[in-house]
Design a protein around this ligand. Structure first.
Ligand code: GLU
Length: 317
């Protein structure tokens, strides 16, 4: 029997959501709903310095306002897979880390970001430095000595191997982890678990079968697939989305106050006008006319979505 689709919203509450985030959530929701699936909301507040509860509360109001209802999860929610805030799942991540450690694939790394960037190593697809493996073969003595001066991050050894997957939108994608990424961080030196570890641990534990998100995370997918393999968990299907750009071609960020939902609503736009404009940007409508998420469900198809990044219609501004 076909497994029921479980999609998810995985927002980081580090600012107000912008239209790019909402575009991803709308499409994740439409894809799941089109297949009769469910949606789970997980709050990705791993980084205590950047996350605020007020942003989590606000983003839940924003999703509800737009008509993007979720079936499981959210702030303080009970449920089969609770808690749904990553800040409350540290013990679980530690267990996952221990399982990877038991495979002999995790090692402490004492390199600072500044050192790595100064070493002018090649840059990976996502603009990060390809880790040159400097701390891969430290002796126990060296580890002890260096630990006195600095708490280490923990890295995962990656294989010199091409990891491939079929993206629902961009088709076949491949990456050689050793060459294009290098050994990557599972836990930072300040003890905060890395996004890559937490997202895989949670998507696997929560039974997520479909991940729909911006193409800025496409380059993370091979790392995540490698983690699924090591954990012996089935990987979800991945569908990456073009990025939304402002009408002048600039990339949207959480700093774009003029594109926050508040600002759009203050300018008199209704929820359906906003979801309609996003549906138009996704190629589901011929014109940026009002449409609720429910009305967009029967129109959704990956084929209609553009591959190139999409400029928002100027009518929204
Ligand atoms: N929390 C991540 C973000 O807001 C998304 C993670 C994901 O979709 O895998 O960028």
């Amino acid at each position: 029997m076909e497994q029921r689709v479980v999609g998810r919203f995985a927002p980081s509450p580090s600012g107000r959501l912008h239209l790019g985030n909402l575009f991803c959530f709308l499409l994740a929701w439409l894809s799941a709903r089109r297949q009769g699936g469910r949606i789970l909301l997980r709050i990705e507040d791993l980084d205590p310095a950047r996350s605020k509860r007020a942003y989590s509360e606000q983003l839940q109001r924003d999703l509800a306002f737009l008509g993007l209802a979720w079936d499981e999860g959210g702030l303080d929610a009970d449920g089969l897979h609770a808690p749904y805030e990553q800040s409350r799942r540290g013990e679980f991540y530690q267990q996952i880390l221990n399982r990877l450690r038991a495979q002999g694939l995790v090692y402490p790394c004492f390199c600072s970001r500044a050192q790595l960037h100064a070493a002018s190593a090649p840059h990976a697809a996502d603009g990060e430095v390809v880790y040159p493996g400097s701390c891969r073969n430290l002796t126990d003595d060296e580890i002890r000595r260096r630990s006195l001066a600095r708490a280490p991050a923990l890295r995962l050894m990656v294989p010199d191997e091409e990891i491939s997957f079929d993206d629902l939108h961009y088709g076949r994608c491949s990456q050689n982890l050793a060459r294009e990424c290098g050994d990557f961080i599972l836990r930072r030196s300040d003890g905060v678990f890395a996004y890559q570890l937490a997202v895989v641990a949670d998507d696997a534990a929560m039974g997520v079968t479909e991940v729909v998100r911006g193409r800025d995370l496409l380059a993370s997918t091979p790392r995540q697939l490698y983690l699924y393999r090591l954990l012996g968990a089935p990987a979800p299907r991945f569908g990456h989305l073009p990025l939304l750009l402002a009408p002048d071609g600039r990339r949207l960020s959480k700093r774009d106050a003029d594109l926050s939902l508040d600002a759009l609503v203050a300018r008199g736009l209704s929820a359906a006008a906003i979801t309609g404009a996003l549906g138009y940007a996704a190629g589901l409508l011929d014109r940026p006319e009002p449409a609720t998420p429910d009305e967009l469900v029967p129109l959704f198809s990956w084929d209609k979505l553009p591959r190139e990044d999409v400029r928002l219609p100027a009518a929204l501004f």
